[in-house]
Write a protein that binds this ligand. Structure first.
Ligand SMILES: N[C@@H](CCC(=O)N[C@@H](CS)C(=O)NCC(=O)O)C(=O)O
Length: 346
């Protein structure tokens, strides 16, 4: 109940009542997401309020990022049009309730897959689109080379995140003391750090890369080598709508499988002529995989053509072609030293 009450924060009274109703009512009403999306003519995709590399809007209101591209890929699969997405920016505290009450169809917002977020909130995390971990950003100084040297530090962290919970565990496990400086947004956390109200900023490492770039002298700050948690970031849907869950899941897996098979947005037309069985299944020239999902036979072609494979999306948003330049690391494919692994299309 405590968790339920916590979750209701940040919602209007009517939305909160709807959540409470939803908790006891059968979930059959929600098993219609694909139809609702089609009838509306657009996908409502929950994203962050602004996190470079994952989901951020420019001054013209144009969204970009790894999570944003997943939203676009779902729209491409359903509508053959990646633009048919309404992006709904959500804070950490409102993201899951927005999904529960149907304000969004899918949450693609750097959210860590945890057990209680599934069991308590009645949601399903669908597949990991970014393997992250929590780290620490500090001012460069020879005295601090590891997080184990942070005893007594003031640490800025965004509230209502796994990061705030992990922080306590890490310091407790290592018998260290710390003072928590809570922030309501990444901008607030960064400002507190820049103003010296804390000497350490903690969040998912990918976010620290993005936040460091916003500091006046980025090179004066370093991300410590310690990674203190597993943060598998994954898109989320409501429970008991398996048809919709499969569409979101296989959209992500089509992108990962396409990279593994060497199929990308530039060579997709040649891939359509391929005689390799696994490429033929991916592009819909063998089997009825798309139709069986409730989509068209060319569902994956639409995704790859309009948005790209996983590697292309990674590179342009957070990899070498982006400002963040985060090495692929764990997010490399399984056959290339990483753990990104999609079940086969067959
Ligand atoms: N992965 C963590 C952290 C996610 C999170 O919300 N991080 C903040 C800290 S940078 C963020 O993205 N904020 C963006 C926003 O508030 O829109 C979680 O799922 O709890």
């Amino acid at each position: 109940m405590l968790a339920a009450r916590k979750l209701l924060f940040g919602l209007s009274a009517s939305a909160a009542l709807a959540v409470m109703g939803a908790a006891s009512a059968p979930a059959a009403a929600s098993a219609q997401t694909l139809k609702a999306v089609r009838d509306r003519g657009a996908l409502n995709c929950g994203v962050s309020q602004g996190l470079a590399g994952f989901s951020i809007a420019d001054d013209k209101g144009q969204w970009s990022g790894l999570d944003v591209d997943l939203c676009r890929a779902i729209a491409a699969a359903v509508f053959n049009d990646p633009a048919k997405v309404a992006f709904v920016p959500l804070s950490p505290s409102e993201r899951f309730s927005a999904l529960q009450v149907g304000k969004i169809d899918v949450l693609a917002r750097n959210s860590t897959w945890t057990m209680s977020r599934e069991t308590e909130f009645k949601l399903n995390f669908v597949g990991v689109n970014y393997y992250d971990g929590q780290g620490f950003l500090v001012h460069k100084t020879p005295e601090i080379a590891s997080a184990l040297e942070l005893d007594g530090a003031k640490v800025c962290v965004q509230s209502d995140t796994t990061n705030a919970d992990n922080l306590g565990d890490f310091f407790k496990n290592n018998n260290l003391k710390f003072e928590l400086v809570p922030a309501a947004s990444p901008a607030e956390a960064l400002k507190a750090y820049a103003d010296g109200r804390c000497s350490v900023l903690t969040s998912d490492v990918s976010q620290l890369y993005a936040q460091r770039l916003q500091l006046a002298k980025a090179t004066d700050h370093t991300i410590l080598p310690d990674v203190i948690s597993k943060e598998p970031l994954a898109p989320v849907v409501r429970q008991r709508d398996d048809d919709w869950m499969m569409i979101v899941k296989w959209t992500l897996y089509a992108m990962i499988n396409a990279e593994e098979l060497g199929v990308n947005s530039k060579n997709i037309d040649e891939a359509l002529k391929s005689k390799k069985p696994d490429v033929m299944r991916l592009v819909g020239n063998e089997g009825t995989y798309g139709e069986d999902l409730g989509l068209t036979k060319d569902w994956a072609v639409r995704i790859i053509k309009h948005v790209g494979n996983y590697g292309e999306v990674y590179e342009r948003n957070i990899g070498e072609a982006s400002k963040l330049k985060i090495p692929r690391g764990l997010n490399q494919l399984w056959n290339n030293g990483g753990i990104q692994y999609a079940p086969p299309i067959r």
